[in-house]
Design a protein around this ligand. Structure first.
Ligand SMILES: O=C(O)C(=O)C[C@]1(C(=O)O)C=C[C@@H](O)C=C1
Length: 257
């Protein structure tokens, strides 16, 4: 979706297809992360080990260093990717690809990762994981980074959703943007029936992806699921979709700049 060479491809259906595919990544990443307990020591500030010139948590250190490396190889040249620690990221050593941008240039200033990180550590992890420290900090942080990047990509996809909605219904969106009417924009971009389908589908996927696969199907065993499907549905209901809509509103408010 980074390049808009063929504008015919930019439709609400194609963007929703991408959101559906991203659900798989998010659910598999949740299953990986919840193998470990919350591991609160990882997020404690300052961290217990002495890292020269650094005062944050061990998790922040690992994540920032990961982003520095990924930035050097061009991750943040893609409009689908938004850094969590944007201060002092190095330039890419890989040149950008030449393509027509899909999004309005103001899209770059829309970044809700601070909010995502806060709800992830303080609300999502305690909901999904057992409260304990098991000492597997580096592996846990690697799982966190994968999951947070997948959540961030999904939520910031709201920019593409909003762009298509704006292009499809410019006459309806324009006056609300000019009036800076957040509530009316939120109402106009909301499709409750779609949200209900998303919640049901992610619960069904969690049930399917979380199943134990055995070769012996004859013994009727109670189906054990690696992740609680109702929690995945709640994750989407309480955080993923509301934050996606926040991104949509923030993008639309800047769409005529
Ligand atoms: O599909 C859309 O129209 C979206 O804006 C995406 C999304 C979502 O986050 O899944 C958000 C708002 C809508 O109410 C429905 C779904």
């Amino acid at each position: 979706m980074a390049c808009g060479g063929d504008d015919n491809k930019l439709s609400l259906d194609s963007i929703r297809d991408s959101l559906i595919r991203q659900e798989d990544t998010i659910i598999f990443n949740i299953i990986e992360r919840i193998k470990y307990p919350t591991n609160p020591t990882l997020y404690k500030q300052p961290c217990s080990v002495n890292i020269p010139d650094f005062s944050g948590s061990l998790f922040q250190y690992l994540f920032q260093q990961t982003e520095v490396l990924q930035s050097k190889v061009g991750r943040y040249l893609s409009p689908e990717e938004n850094p969590f620690f944007s201060n002092n990221l190095p330039d890419s050593i890989i040149p950008p690809t030449k393509c027509t941008p899909v999004l309005h240039p103001a899209a770059e200033s829309v970044n809700v990762n601070e909010k995502i990180l806060d709800v992830y550590i303080n609300q999502i992890l305690p909901l999904f994981c057992k409260e304990a420290d098991d000492g597997n900090f580096a592996t846990t942080a690697a799982c966190d980074i994968h999951l947070l990047q997948a959540l961030s990509r999904r939520i910031h996809y709201g920019k593409f959703v909003a762009e298509v909605k704006f292009r499809d219904c410019t006459d309806e969106y324009k006056p609300l943007i000019l009036a800076k009417d957040r509530d009316a924009l939120m109402k106009l971009l909301t499709f409750e029936a779609v949200e209900e389908m998303v919640k049901k589908r992610v619960a069904k996927k969690a049930m399917a992806f979380g199943q134990e696969v055995t070769l012996n199907d004859s013994t009727a065993k109670e189906v054990k699921c690696k992740v609680d499907p109702t929690l995945v549905s709640r994750l989407y209901d309480e955080w993923v979709m509301p934050l996606t809509k926040l991104v949509e509103v923030e993008y639309l408010l800047r769409r005529l700049d």
